[in-house]
Design a protein around this ligand. Sequence first.
Ligand code: 8X3
Length: 261
Amino acid sequence: MAFKGLVVLLTGASMGIGESIANKLAEEGASLVLLSRSEDKLAQLTKRLQGINSSGKVIYRAVDIGDYASVDSAVASAIEDMGALDILINNAGLALGAPARFPDLKISDVSTMNNTNINGMMFVTHSVLNRSMMPHKAGTILNITSITGLEVPPFPGEAVYHANKACQEAFSNSLRNELSETNIRVLVLRPGCVATNFHSLRVGHVKEKYDKFFEGFKPLEAENIATSAVYMLQQPMNVSIKAMDVVPSAQRSIVVFDRTW
Ligand code: 8X3
């Protein structure tokens, strides 16, 4: 029950890494505010997690995190229900239309990626900081980014997603510095290849492309990232694991894969 008494707000909660983190935190007794766009999935997940959470409360808000007014009213109403937020996990994110050279990307996909990956992270963070963490001068922000934002150069075919992830890195580093003189810590967890719906969406749900990506090696499961997130979050407040890269052993770097692992 390492998270008993703590209130966690989690974005992208309804599937993949988000769902797995929500599961683990519910088992550990955290109170949870689950955010995603998909109301049906959130409702089902919330019901299931209420059944396994013996000490915390679980609620959800269906919201498009790229829309600040909706985010801010969801955060305000969650605080009314749950009290102050102790932990924010910015997990929502997506890649679309890969692999494709930038000029071949649909502009609607460019806009959706920018809106979710960049505005989404900034809007939720802004609202949570102003409505809860800054007044208390306390909290933890965990940003789930990606190894693609860090290693240079990333592979060709995903310029927008990679730029989004590099932006999340810069944002996290700046935020950590700006929040000095508070007890708010900013942590970054960078997954490599994880076998979730993220990858299927990334390649437009084309099975051949999906299989080719994972051919010959064992990717991570969402649960591997959730275990790492919980490990980072359960460190005492005077300890910041500032950043952690978690990749399949086969993924030597973004571009070098052992197709035999
Ligand atoms: C995605 C990481 O390694 O699958 O964020 O490109 S990887």
